[in-house]
Ligand binder design. Structure first.
Ligand code: MOS
Length: 756
């Protein structure tokens, strides 16, 4: 199963590069995703979503007659016949992941691509063909689809992650005015789509008034609430299963139209119904990341000490969907200053939900901020590395709390050393390799570290097998594997004897996968469940009349190699297998639960994960084409739980950051509120050819203020900063500073032409 053979000691299983325990299931096709056929049960009918063709307005007339008469069609749901649901977005204060996600209610069109009908048929082809026969007439109204940099915007209620929209200290304007060197620049980032490999998809079935949803979803507990809220039924009547997920990138934190539509149709037909959003649906029926306009102001003294740091962000916000990205979150923690000003504003627009997409905030706030830092270093005539090191804060610049740990500077130094930063071309456009202009760039990566609530159950059976149960999910990140390692090490058994059951809302509740908190949060709950289980086993071992260890002191027992050993009061040694003790507990063995929530250490200490990103690239002066040559990321995220999955997360993050820096851009037709490049041919992502030598280094340092395991969030860390390193390297190579992401060749070319 893995490189870990049973001879090895299980102490130290946590951290090892254990292969994915779910790998064999996945490569043999036995891992069943949301809408893959399961053995037994009625064959599901198939739903196809009919999308609104306008961005804002009303349905004047809808006629499903021809579609209903088409071959194989079982049902066409529209707002005229769909069951009544709790109005969309209610209750207002419930938070976006538990509010009603009602569909097909009334004739209002909130956004382009909104579901106006669901055609359900025996086969996908029949549903799709019939969907083309649904006639819809609209009364279009003019909508507002984009935020413009000139907008003032509104102050959002809060920021994703819980931060304050406005945070600062000192008299920013006065300090900035007094600075000897200053900068005031605007940067923009583009609309982005998560578009995970597996689309949003649900198979719904009803039985005795209970709804079962096989759904691709990151957080089951809130999803269950949202479905119950939408349909007006008790949450106890909803069960969501999501054991395997083909990626989500945040777009599956909450439930979407596929889930509610499938549930409605299945109830109507009294038969399972599946609804899979196709690739083009995802651009509207799943959430996306809104574009941003950012103003960054910096002031420093002549020695390169930062005095003032200002970061203003403006983004669109979907009407009736409260969400604001914490664009300046890393800015609040990166460098020391006397005065800080960070503000977030939103402009309500007629768009589908704008929501968390990987590294919400930092993915678009660190490329811009780290580019501004580079521009400032250049103005000061300082090495950008030295400029960053010189401004390391002793305490959190925004909040004033001490850091739980502050490894950014260690990452920067280690990275510079490994990358050969001292060999960089100091002057922009001063190095060539053939026709290519060569440049180096670097940036810091900073991302808040979170701990959420979770509970877990661990059970040891009389057969010696450990079963761990929690409603955690595995997006493909490695949850199954990391949790296996935590249970194995804590219980002193081999990983082969541990089974982890995830993705079922009937299991003990966690906060699921999101915000890079998944492994640490669920892992800590499971760790505590395993500790509780050990205590319970020790108690049974010492107290049970049939136990070979009867009469021993529980605290003095030792656990090794799956065996408990101790001494009785008379000094004689005794031992027994864990399985034998578990068998004494009853036919199901012994089980225990554990839980975790953020405590005082998350109040008292500013907690972040850190990294340093280094990039070498070439720019073709004739075409503006950018080719990455080398990327190095050096990261510090506390204790590493699995060296392989952690590295994969960081690597994936860096590639994601490359996408944001150079490729990703959903283009909107601003007259109609419609994204135009609605597929992965036109919406560009980095592919293998775009990703060069990519090296990941992890500096390990357990941080027990973060959680009992000593780990910190890692999932989104690799994304942070790399866009800044790329922008800085483009400038170093070509002398062109592009402040509008993604940095596409047309923008570079324009800069090159202006320079000449
Ligand atoms: Mo993440 S955007 O919290 O899945």
């Amino acid at each position: 199963m893995s490189q870990l053979d049973s001879e090895q000691d299980v102490a130290g299983v946590i951290g090892r590069p254990l292969d994915r325990v779910d790998g064999p299931l996945k490569v043999t096709g036995r891992a069943r995703y949301a809408t893959e056929r399961r053995d037994g049960g009625a064959r599901p009918a198939v739903g196809w979503i009919v999308e609104a063709a306008i961005g804002h307005g009303r349905i004047a007339r809808i006629d499903a007659g021809r579609a209903e008469r088409a071959p194989g069609v079982l049902l066409v749901l529209t707002h005229e016949n769909a069951a009544e649901q709790t109005p969309y977005g209610l209750p207002e204060d419930a938070g976006r992941f538990t509010q009603s996600r009602a569909v097909l209610q009334g004739n209002e069109i909130r956004h382009f691509g909104q579901a106006v009908a669901l055609v359900v048929a025996e086969t996908l082809e029949q549903a799709r063909a019939a969907a083309a026969l649904v006639e819809v007439d609209y009364d279009a109204e003019s909508g507002r689809y984009e935020a413009s940099p000139e907008d003032e915007g509104e102050i959002p209620d809060s920021l994703d992650g819980g931060g304050q929209p406005d945070l600062g200290k000192g008299d920013f304007d006065a300090v900035l005015r007094s600075a000897e060197v200053s900068l005031d620049q605007r940067y923009t980032t583009a609309d982005q789509i998560a578009s995970a490999m597996e689309p949003h998809a649900t198979e719904a079935s009803w039985r005795d008034g209970k709804l079962t949803l096989h759904m691709s979803l990151q957080i089951l507990a809130s999803g269950k609430q949202a479905i119950a809220q939408t349909l007006g039924i008790e949450p106890e009547r909803v069960r969501i299963l999501s054991p395997f997920i083909g990626g989500g990138f945040g777009s599956k934190l909450g439930v979407h139209a596929d889930g509610v539509l499938a549930a409605l149709a299945a109830r109507e037909l009294d038969r399972p119904v599946k609804v899979v959003q196709h690739r083009r649906n995802l651009f509207f029926s799943g959430p996306h990341r809104g574009h941003s306009s950012q103003r960054i102001r910096l002031g420093a003294d002549a020695e390169g000490r930062l005095l003032a740091i200002g970061h203003d962000s403006l983004q669109p916000m979907a009407r009736r969907y409260q969400f604001a990205e914490p664009v300046a979150s890393a800015t609040r923690a990166s460098y020391a200053c006397d005065a800080l000003l960070t503000r977030h504003r939103v402009v309500p627009v007629d768009r589908p939900p704008i929501d968390s997409m990987r590294a919400p905030g930092e993915a678009i706030g660190t490329p811009t901020f780290e580019a501004a830092i580079d521009e400032m270093a250049e103005q000061l005539g300082l090495d950008p590395l030295e400029f960053r090191l010189r401004n390391a804060p002793q305490r959190e610049p925004g909040g004033g709390r001490p850091f739980s740990s502050r490894d950014l500077e260690r990452c920067l130094k280690e990275g510079a050393e490994r990358f050969g930063w001292h060999e960089r071309p100091v002057r922009p456009r001063s190095r060539n390799d053939g026709r290519w202009l060569i440049g180096y760039g670097m940036a810091s990566a900073v991302r808040p570290n979170l701990l959420m609530e979770a509970s877990a159950r661990a059970r040891l059976g009389g057969n010696g097998q450990v079963v761990c149960e929690l409603d955690m999910t595995d997006l493909g990140t490695g949850s199954y594997t990391v949790l296996t390692q935590i249970a194995a090490e804590t219980l002193g058994v081999e990983p082969q004897r541990v089974t982890v059951e995830l993705g079922d809302s009937d299991l003990p509740q966690t906060s699921g996968s999101g915000g890079s908190f998944g492994a640490g949060t669920s892992g800590s709950a499971l760790y505590r469940a395993c500790l509780a289980l050990k205590e319970e086993l020790a108690r049974i071992a010492c107290e049970h009349a049939d136990s070979p260890l009867n009469g021993c002191v529980p605290d003095a027992l030792e656990l090794a190699g799956g065996r408990l050993s101790g001494r009785r009061a008379d000094g004689t040694a005794a031992e027994a297998g864990l399985d034998a003790i578990a068998a004494l507990g009853g036919p199901d063995g012994v089980s225990a639960e554990g839980s975790i929530e953020a405590g005082q250490d998350h109040e008292d200490f500013a907690q972040y994960s850190y990294g340093a990103q280094f990039v070498e690239l070439g720019v073709d002066p004739a075409s503006g084409e950018i080719r990455l040559r080398r990327c190095l990321g050096v990261f510090s995220a506390g204790r590493i739980l699995n060296a392989k999955t952690a590295r994969s997360q960081l690597m994936g993050g860096m590639i994601y950051g490359i996408g944001g820096a150079l490729f990703e851009e959903a283009m909107m037709d601003s007259r109609r509120g419609a994204f135009m490049n609605r597929d992965l041919a036109e919406y560009h992502l980095p592919v293998n050819r775009d990703v060069p030598d990519l090296e990941v280094v992890m500096l390990e340092e357990p941080d027990y203020r973060s959680n009992p395991l000593g780990s910190r969030g890692i999932g989104e860390l690799g994304i942070c900063g790399i866009g800044g390193a790329i922008a800085n390297a483009v400038h170093n190579a070509s002398g062109v500073r592009v402040r509008d992401f993604p940095i596409t060749l047309d923008k570079v070319l324009k800069g090159l032409e202006t320079r000449v």
